[in-house]
Design a protein around this ligand. Structure first.
Ligand code: HEM
Length: 119
């Protein structure tokens, strides 16, 4: 498979990973459960792995915006922190995550996609 097609496949998986995280969040919001789910974690992990692969300067000559990639990485780490803290709290109390925490998770996920597409 030519390298540029392979790269496009990784981009497809990368945006699907975002869809998994944000979709899982939207489903919880729509069902008014307001819980963090494993699917959100899996989507985020997949975003990270595919993002790191895409951040490699391959094929030679592609133009990568490392400032933008860095900002997305920071957002991803923050989101990982929110999901981690929220999930632990959820397990401990059995209650849904506090509203501000739930809203932050969706906002951070959407912000990362916004940075990717609008910047
Ligand atoms: C939740 C986090 C993230 C979201 C929602 C996200 C979203 C996206 C989207 C929608 C694209 C396709 C549009 C574009 O090419 O700009 C993309 C491309 C890309 N992302 Fe992410 N991303 C995330 C995290 C990351 C991370 C952590 C990295 C690297 C460490 C990364 C590296 C890249 C790279 C290198 C590309 C390809 C850019 C290009 O080919 O010009 N992303 N991302």
């Amino acid at each position: 498979m030519p390298v540029d097609v392979l790269r496009s496949v990784v981009v497809l998986v990368h945006i699907s990973a975002f869809a998994i995280t944000f979709g899982a969040w939207a489903a919880e919001a729509a069902a008014r459960r307001f819980r963090f789910t494993r699917l959100m974690d899996y989507g985020l992990l997949l975003s990270l792995v595919t993002g790191v692969v895409l951040a490699a300067p391959r094929p030679a000559g592609i133009d990568l915006n490392y400032a933008k990639i860095g900002v997305k990485l920071v957002i991803l780490v923050l989101l990982g922190g929110v999901l981690g803290m929220g999930s632990a709290r959820q397990r401990r109390t059995g209650e849904p995550v506090p509203q501000p925490m739930f809203v932050s998770a969706g906002a951070l996920s959407l912000a990362a996609a916004g940075v990717a597409v609008i910047w």
